[in-house]
Ligand binder design. Structure first.
Ligand code: NI
Length: 427
């Protein structure tokens, strides 16, 4: 077998290989041209979305805008998961049962934008500060181009414009439970999604094969003691000292029970004891998060954390109110998909355009797709100091370098064509 030629080991003749190579070179050129043509419109779509952000599960105007845009292009769509939108696009090159899903999240955050952009948010206290406007416009552009190229492929591509990534329980669960997807659930062979990253220079991509993002669960705790004069602690039940004891003990869940090879984080970012130097308060409220990348360990750890939260205050006679908010599972990138995608992008854009990245302990509801289907979630660099695109995700000054649309669209399109043509010849 020739070294560079056959991705899945299908042994065709050299003539066939040559024809495939010519076809792929032409297709790549066609994709580059169509992306260049769509670029300005996609930028404008993104700016409209940016100016009109909506919070999770309230993306009514956003969904309407997505459907109207698609309708203008002659692409039919349907509502999905409440405020989401589904497009089912079938290639006309022949019959194929292959089905691939592409996902973009469409919701914004409760942040007051602080930018002087001409298309900054028109909504008080709401902002696209996580780039979901970019993801949505990008998927719209990809949808339009694949629609134009539908004679070039066989198979089905699902476009999932998903609501509510930012809010537990997450829109992905609602998408997966929507009956409109039932005909496809047994057929989906891959789900692809992307996220902008201000840690990566614009024009570059990053991929982490295997475990990529963490599960995330939250704890809301109230320790109810009996307050009083600080000079007479023996007459009360001091919730502050109990909290100190509890937080210290809880750290042992990670340090003594977690397998050191499995990353785990337990952090408490809110501890409020509203007493004074000479006043022991009645209660303390605490909030924290636990993150890891192993579902079995996650279950064990949650039980141990809950038992500790109930147990320590009881020793000292305090009462506890505990709410556990279960978040997203960990996100796993299918290794084969990831390696294949790295090769495809390196071939199309050059080896320096894509780098390997490592585990990130943030959470993403794309994880639900990755737990069910072979999936790939990759990062698109949007950092550009010259354009002042330097702020972190979820900040009021967040900006994206829109030039990143070129590689974002092209990578998704090349990735899709590679997966649809399973006997693809590498170029
Ligand atoms: Ni996000």
């Amino acid at each position: 077998m020739e070294k560079s030629n056959l991705v899945l080991g299908l042994n065709y003749g050299n003539g066939f290989v040559l024809l495939c190579k010519i076809f792929l070179v032409m297709l790549k050129e066609q994709i580059n041209q169509l992306v260049a043509q769509a670029f300005e419109e996609v930028v404008n779509l993104r700016r409209h979305l940016h100016a009109h952000p909506e919070l999770s599960f309230h993306e009514y105007e956003t969904a309407r805008f997505i459907q109207d845009t698609l309708k203008d292009w002659g692409i039919s769509s349907q509502p999905m998961a409440g405020t989401g939108v589904l497009v089912v696009l079938k290639g006309t090159k022949g019959e194929s049962a292959t089905c691939i899903a592409l996902r973009a999240d469409i919701d914004a955050l409760p942040i007051q934008e602080q930018s002087d952009l001409p298309f900054s948010s028109t909504k008080e206290g709401i902002m696209h500060a996580c780039g979901h406007d970019f993801h949505t416009a990008n998927l719209l552009g990809v949808c339009r181009i694949l629609h134009d190229l539908k004679a070039e492929f066989a198979g089905t591509v699902l476009f999932l414009f998903q609501p509510a990534e930012e809010k537990i329980p997450g829109g992905a669960l609602t998408v997966l439970a929507d009956p409109v997807l039932i005909p496809y659930l047994d057929r989906i062979e891959a789900v692809l999604g992307l996220h902008v990253s201000p840690k990566i220079p614009s024009g570059k991509l990053a991929v982490c094969p295997g475990k990529f993002m963490a599960s995330s669960d939250e704890f809301y705790i109230q320790i109810k003691g009996k307050g009083g004069h600080a000079a007479e602690p023996q007459l009360g039940i001091d919730p502050v000292m109990i909290t100190a004891q509890l937080l210290t003990t809880l750290q042992q869940v990670v340090s003594r029970y977690a397998d050191p090879k499995v990353p785990s984080v337990l952090s408490f970012g809110r501890v409020i004891a509203n007493g004074a130097a000479n006043v022991i308060p009645d209660e303390v409220s605490i909030a924290g998060t636990f993150r890891t990348v192993d579902e079995a360990w996650r279950q064990k750890a949650l039980t141990r954390i809950e038992d500790t939260i109930q147990g320590i205050p009881a020793i000292f006679g305090a009462e506890v109110a505990l709410e556990v908010r279960r978040g997203y599972p960990f996100l796993h990138n299918n290794e084969q998909l990831a390696e294949r995608f790295i090769t495809v992008v390196a071939n199309a854009e050059g080896p320096d355009s894509i780098e390997r990245t490592t585990l990130w302990m943030a959470a993403e509801d794309f994880a639900y797709y990755s737990q069910r289907f072979p999936s790939l979630f990759y990062l698109v660099g949007i950092y550009n100091e010259a354009k002042n695109c330097v702020s972190g995700l979820h900040t009021s000054t967040f900006r994206v370098d829109e030039d990143a649309f070129t590689i974002a669209m092209r990578s998704l399109l090349n990735g899709v064509f590679d997966l649809l043509a399973k006997d693809t010849v590498t170029i």
